[in-house]
Design a protein around this ligand. Structure first.
Ligand SMILES: O=C(O)CCC(=O)C(=O)O
Ligand SMILES: [Fe+2]
Length: 365
């Protein structure tokens, strides 16, 4: 059945070169194709390993425990306001399922290219294996092969793009998708409490479908890792993103106070971030923060980003309950306009969020 994505017309240039193949070729020749070279990388300063800059850690077992809930909800609120990112521990996702999905994803990316191409992104399509957002011959390319799939609502899945190898892949992703939908629903509820609005108010913005998609990223190692970029700086045009580190290689960086900060993997945690929609719904209280992925010289990295997005039938604007306390800082637009605007701006390297701000108030981090 057709997914919500099919209602959005996007035109991309076909790009059948796999980064994995490029990476293997340059291992012998040492030559990185110019399209992957990012001169801007040299100018950026990155902070690593300083104790002042640890992402907040939020504990789901404390959020749901009446004894600690109030304290943990306050911490959650500060994390969303000050960082727009946090590490979620004790999230309750079944350990055996996590092991299985990590194995399945790793095995999928190990398949010969020809096998992976059986679920390749078709011309002008969004779902499947390959590159995302290739819209001009001049555009710099990200050092990543990815598998993008719409996972919820279940009846909107385009299963043609769901790998059948390894055989457990579909079942693991199906189960994981449900677990993540439940975790994010709980987080939206605790965030609503923190914001002082009705408990269901945030979740309601994502109903009835509570759409979810996943972007499974495979970043091959690169001998000249400091010259390429796994994922260009961006914000997520969704409600919330929950990132699973499939192996323990590092690579996520977030922009804080004008500098790039390397996120240290916390074993077992999900990295959660506020998306553009949540920034708008909260009228700028929670921040959607720019982030990117860098490449390692000696290790491949694999991640799974699960995006909780808004239905195309909804409206995206500051919550009415919050507007009783202050003026709207963002325009309200419908779901189709929002999603099209996000994709169009992204193709031009702009942040769509900026264009939705009202007046000159600058509320971004
Ligand atoms: O792989 C990562 O570390 C970041 C992924 C991400 O930001 C995304 O897929 O939107
Ligand atoms: Fe992202």
């Amino acid at each position: 059945m057709a997914s919500g994505f099919d209602k959005l017309k996007v035109e991309f240039i076909d790009q059948d070169e796999s980064v994995q193949v490029v990476a293997e070729t340059i291992r012998s020749s040492g030559e990185i194709p110019d399209r992957y070279i990012r001169p801007e990388m040299e100018a950026d300063s990155v902070i690593i390993d300083t104790d002042d800059y640890n992402l907040p850690v939020i504990d789901m077992s404390r959020l749901i425990n009446p004894e600690f809930s109030e304290e943990e909800i306050a911490k959650l609120g500060s994390a969303c306001e000050d960082w727009g990112f946090f590490q979620l521990v004790n999230h309750g996702v079944d350990g055996e399922l996590l092991r299985q999905i990590k194995d399945d994803i790793t095995e999928f990316f190990r398949l010969p290219l020809q096998e992976k191409m059986s679920v390749a992104i078709p011309p002008n399509g969004l779902q499947g294996f390959g590159h995302h957002f290739v819209f001009s011959k001049e555009q710099k390319l990200d050092w990543v092969d990815l598998l993008f799939l719409s996972t919820r609502p279940v009846e909107d899945r385009s299963t043609d793009f769901w790998p059948t190898k390894p055989p457990t892949f579909r079942d693991s992703l199906d189960k994981y998708s449900l677990e993540i939908a439940n975790v994010s629903a709980k987080l939206f509820m605790f965030m609503a409490i923190n914001l002082g609005v009705d408990e269901e108010a945030l979740l309601a913005a994502f109903k009835p479908e509570q759409p979810q998609s996943v972007r499974i990223n495979h970043y091959p190692r690169c001998s000249q890792a400091d010259k390429v970029l796994g994922l260009s700086p961006h914000t997520d045009g969704v409600g919330m993103t929950l990132l699973l580190q499939v192996n323990d290689a590092q690579g996520l960086q977030i922009r804080k106070d004008g500098r790039w900060f390397a996120v240290k993997n916390l074993p077992g945690a999900l990295v959660v971030n506020v998306g553009d929609v949540l920034e708008i719904l909260t009228n700028g209280k929670y921040k959607s923060i720019e982030h990117r992925a860098v490449i390692n010289p000696d290790r491949d990295r694999i991640t799974l980003a699960a995006f909780q997005s808004v239905p195309l039938s909804c409206t995206v604007g500051p919550l009415q309950e919050l507007l009783m306390k202050g003026e709207a800082r963002y325009k309200t637009v419908d779901g189709v306009e929002f999603t099209k605007g996000y994709f169009a701006a992204k193709l031009e390297g702009r942040r769509y969020l900026e264009s939705l701000k009202l007046g000159s108030v600058n509320v971004s981090g």
